[in-house]
Design a binder for this molecule. Structure first.
Ligand code: PGA
Length: 253
């Protein structure tokens, strides 16, 4: 009942030409059949969003941004609002990706404002959560994820939360080639779903998609997707190669 969802996070990669070529290869390679069964999105850098959105116009592949600012307009130099992203054809937006939390220094309170602004602006936020290696080693995974979930979603009505996708990305698995085992991931996904049921209610928790991210590759995608509470994949490195990303999409059907 939860439609699988595969999203590619291009991070600060590609250029104008290679980004459009990658988008076109993904669009032409996502089998008609697969795309009906899987939600597919790509998240290019801000500056290429519009050209990628144009290239994907006639396809079923959606476009997402990697970040957003919570104000709608005004004197916020360098920032981009939900209405601007919507205007150029974005559907999704990542909020609180681990690199924004740990490289740029974003805190839960800011991330919460971004999630809320995305929904108000008509975008579908993907709230990213996940623990650092040291936190896992100190058995703090549940504590960290609980804080990120509760603070990231605070103040949102049931109706608004229904627009959210969660991405569980253990920081130690991102870009390291060290994937969480399907069992390790399922354990946290199940914990997140129970937490959502506690915060809202069971039907809502059952309807929210929870993606796994962190060194997802064509050869581990199917095993991860085989877990009951893993509803999709947020793919970094492997989303930059059309063949790998397409293989991951097929594994998610
Ligand atoms: P990775 O990145 O697949 O390269 O580990 C995942 C992510 O950061 O979303």
């Amino acid at each position: 009942m939860r439609k699988p969802f595969v999203a590619g996070n291009w991070k600060m990669n590609t250029d104008g030409r290679s980004g459009v070529a990658l988008a076109q290869a993904i669009a032409s390679g996502s089998l008609q059949q697969a795309s009906r069964k899987v939600t597919v999105a790509v998240c290019p850098p801000f500056v290429y969003l519009q050209s990628v959105a144009m290239a994907l116009r006639a396809s079923s592949v959606a476009v997402g941004a990697q970040d957003i600012y919570f104000e709608s307009n005004g004197a916020f130099t360098g920032e981009v609002s939900a209405s601007m992203l919507k205007d150029i054809g974005c559907t999704y937006v990542l909020c609180g990706h681990s690199e924004r939390r740990h490289v740029i220094g974003e805190k839960d309170v800011l991330i919460n404002k971004k999630v809320a602004a995305a929904i108000v602006g008509g975008l579908l936020p993907i709230l990213c959560v996940g623990e650092l290696l040291g936190e896992r080693e100190e058995s703090k995974t549940e504590e960290v994820v609980t804080r990120q979930m509760k603070e990231g979603l605070v103040g949102l009505s049931d109706e608004k939360v229904a627009a959210v996708t969660i991405a569980y990305e253990p920081v130690w698995a991102i870009g390291t080639g060290r994937t969480a085992t399907p069992q390790q991931a399922q354990e946290v996904h199940n914990f997140i779903r129970n937490l959502l049921a506690e915060m809202y209610d069971t039907p809502l928790a059952e309807s929210i998609r929870i993606l796994y991210g962190g060194s997802v590759k064509p050869d581990n995608a199917a095993d991860l997707m085989g877990q009951q509470d893993i509803d999709g994949l947020l793919v970094g490195g492997a989303s930059l190669k059309a063949d790998d990303f397409l293989a991951i999409i097929r594994a998610a059907v």
